[in-house]
Design a binder for this molecule. Sequence first.
Ligand code: F0G
Length: 485
Amino acid sequence: MKTIAHQQCMNPACRATYDVAQTRTACGKCGELLDIVYDWSRAMVPRSLKLFETRWQRRRFPLDHSGVWRFRELLPFAADAMVCTIGEGQTFLQNAQCLGRELGMWPGQLYLQYEGLNPSGSFKDNGMTAAFTHARLVGARRVACASTGNTSASLALYAAQNGFQGIVFIGTGKIAFGKLSQALDYGARTLQIEGDFDACLKRVREVSSQLGLYLMNSVNPFRLEGQKTIMYRILESLSWDVPDWIIVPGGNLGNCSAFGKAFQELRELGLVKRIPRLAIINAHGANTLCTLVNKHGLKWNGGHVDNQKISALYAGMDEANYHPHTLASAIEISRPVNLKKALRALDVMHGIVHEVTDEAILEAKALVGRFGMGCEPASAATIAGLQQLLANGTISRHERVACVLTGHGLKDPDATVYYHTGIKTKDAKQPPAEPTWGRRSNKPIPVADDLKAIVEALGIAHETLDQAAAGYVETATGNFPFVEY
Ligand code: F0G
């Protein structure tokens, strides 16, 4: 059986390929990230994006209802029967008249793509539906991620609804309570690691390969396939016109990478005439991409990225014992795993990177809230960035701009309360915790940043490990229902 899709190393000097039936998060030859690549000549891609509009008439069919899978011809790696969808992507592009006016933009030119309306309250659901579909294809049972909060909430939700065991790694004191509450409520086993997100991600990658867990972070190339659809929905809302700018917060840099891939493919398929520019906004206290691009001149350079510049910056961080720090906890990341894919997206979309302070983020968040939308701090980085890019003339007031509001305002009520009252609810002196009494209480498990301790805390019995691994690594091409030609 030949499939339309395969996995391919993103490094142009390698380009090793792997079957879609394999579970990989990196190239086995050179260690770089993988892309999902399609043989478009054999896919059923519509000649015009407008044809996707007919899907809405058939919305009683779950795949046509999903804001991800109604574009399935643009991510054709799985047969319909394998798709894990819970109605994600019912998000909309709001013409933000009042906010636009407040920022001094021409009327009607500012749009907000409100991804907080997803089932778990953030854009992550777009990617999770795709990665869970792949997990189902390869027969995985246990899924894991490291998270600053939203990935864990989304993973826990999809795991609970689709019969997987969810395991999440979070940094101690690093996660907004709205997001933590979701992971606990949806029954994910929640390990609270002594360390930050970067430490958690390193550990979850080790633990996943040791225990055969299916990894759901954005190093999983299938996640990014789902996130491409955020761009399709923006175009759809604009009657398939292309905006001048897309603005997105940058954390682990999966989302911006997916946007770049979406437009690269749409151009290749002749479905768009032009590509919008991309602005990625870092928080000042977690500004790795911004530093590398704007200070050190790091570029995609046809895939020949100057690794020296990256390792020198990371070595400096290690030496200074540097840890990222921002109130926008969702993007508090200093070693973004999708760095090179983001450089590629900047290249495709003629993009720029900008950084904003926490103060600017909170002011922008208050503006978004004031005009009746609301978002979490990381999402408001887009508006803070836009404000500054308008002020310095990078973006003109007459240009049409779509900002992606990545997460719901209720994800991080502490940040909102702090802004409006000065009370740091997280730091407030807490009375000792009462013993939990709920029959379904699911407490986070505190654990040292140590592989052995983590494996023990997971308590996955050794006799079940082989079984777990069977659905995992390097599954031979079997009779999986991929899209065939
Ligand atoms: N906005 C929100 C609300 C997020 O939760 C994240 C990432 C980002 C922006 C950044 O997106 O990583 O694709 O650049 N949150 C991840 C998590 C890291 O674990 O929930 P990115």
